[in-house]
Design a protein around this ligand. Structure first.
Ligand code: PLP
Length: 426
């Protein structure tokens, strides 16, 4: 088959628009008549800086990120690296705040041992990171926090498997979340790629209070960023790998509330962290360092940022009302596919609860004559023969998963819906 024959529903890396790839292919050979390809130019060159700055500005424009309060950085950590980075950086910010308070106390702040002892006491008494676990990816983030800090500091504030047969597929009612007082962070995954569970909206229990204070909210938006409006100012940190809706694998974006960056906060020194028994962040996971260097502390793949920039330019051109325009399309495509599945309840079982169905990763099982495995094999085989590929569910859960990312055109969703209908009828 050729590209034109295929609609690729893979969960990530996802398909990229063909015109973006054509432009990028040319740029790999010769970027803008420089005689040198984009992947060969120095990341320290002016053209690289321009590519970074433009992609940042276009992202901020498309998502309406308040530039005065937020910074955008490009990293190479992947979503998985951000699980660790969020822990390191927000524990660091928490320690920095405690440190400042301890120094205010009416005693000899110059006595370093006493300061360390006071901080240790506060850490043991008060340090908590809250995790809302609603699927495989937030589970991994929770496990990483436990691995880095130890279980005593990590609070499983909600686990969607409880009261649900030990399976993911629901979001526990936020009124039942066991949130800590003044947690160093409250973490959740906005769209669970493996389980097909998406938060329908920002959880209002985490909203900032009227005086602007409120929980320190961190969200993984790897698989639904750029597909709907995000209330950015409710977050202290949101992050996403590029390889679903933004670009190709290799670049990860973190959107940071500037109050976690200098001069407002400075991460505690390695020496202090060592004394406190807390982990020291690798330098390339330290947001402060990356932000101070405009994402160029070390060699960044400018090619990947360039692709992301092309995707953003295309989105801005296609949707004059920016992310709201893409959101309408994403919702329409998802509703077409879900409607096709719902028409045959004897054949298709949609995995997550209706209230939390993802618009991006549509997870379902297919059964005929009581036989799931054979039927799903046949479903995948016939779909592939029609050019509908990448539909196999994640290895940990099986089943079928149609990843309905931004690069799937409306016609692609319609073609899949027609196949869902025809397969059930046959
Ligand atoms: N978070 C989510 C929601 C994901 O879907 C993924 C990967 O698919 C990750 C994190 C991990 O990303 P990476 O493989 O880039 O580390």
């Amino acid at each position: 088959p050729t590209r034109a024959d295929i609609t690729y529903f893979g969960a990530g890396p996802a398909a990229l628009p063909t015109d973006v790839l054509e432009t990028a292919a040319q740029a790999l050979l010769d970027y803008n008549g420089t005689g040198l390809g984009i992947a060969e130019h120095s990341h320290r060159s002016e053209l690289a800086t321009n590519i970074i700055n433009e992609a940042k500005a276009d992202l901020a424009n498309y998502l309406d990120i308040p530039a005065a309060d937020y910074d955008v950085i490009f990293m190479q950590a992947g979503g998985t690296g951000e699980f660790a980075a969020s822990v390191y950086n927000l524990v660091g910010a928490w320690v920095a705040r405690q440190h400042a308070e301890v120094l205010k106390e009416p005693w000899d702040g110059a006595n370093e041992d006493a300061v360390v002892a006071a901080l240790r006491h506060r850490i043991q008494r008060d340090l908590k990171l809250d995790y809302i676990v609603t699927g495989g990816w937030s589970l991994k983030a929770y496990q990483e926090a436990v691995r880095l800090l130890g279980p005593e500091y990590v609070n499983l504030a909600a686990d969607a498997r409880t009261n649900n047969d030990g399976k993911f597929g629901k979001i526990p009612d936020p009124s039942t979340w066991k949130l800590s007082k003044d947690a160093a962070l409250v973490y959740y995954c906005d769209n669970e790629t493996v389980d097909g569970v998406e938060f329908p909206e920002f959880p209002s229990v985490l909203a900032p209070r009227e005086d602007g204070s409120g929980p320190i909210v961190v969200a993984d938006m790897s698989s639904n960023i750029l597909s709907r409006r995000v209330p950015v100012s409710n977050y202290s940190l949101l992050f996403f790998g590029a390889q679903k809706n933004l670009g190709c694998t290799g670049v990860t974006v973190a959107v940071l509330k500037k109050s976690f960056l200098p001069p407002t906060t400075t991460q505690p020194s390695p020496a202090l962290l060592r004394k406190l028994g807390l982990p020291i962040p690798p330098i390339m996971l330290q947001y402060e360092t990356i932000a101070k260097n405009n994402s160029l502390y070390n060699t960044l793949s400018i090619f990947d940022v360039y692709i992301a920039g092309l995707v953003l330019k295309k989105l801005l051109k296609t949707f004059p009302d920016k992310v709201d325009g893409q959101q309408a399309v994403a919702e329409k495509k998802a509703s077409i596919i879900y409607a096709a599945l719902e028409a045959y309840p004897d054949v298709y079982h949609i995995v997550p609860d209706k209230s939390v169905r993802s618009r991006m990763n549509i997870c379902f099982r297919v059964t005929k004559n009581g036989n799931v495995d054979e039927t799903e094999k046949a479903f995948l085989k016939e779909a592939t023969s029609l050019g509908l590929t990448g539909l196999k569910g994640h290895r940990s859960v099986g089943g079928i998963r149609a990843s309905n990312y931004n690069s799937i055109p409306l016609e692609g969703a319609e073609k899949l819906a027609r196949f869902i209908d025809a397969f059930a009828k046959a």
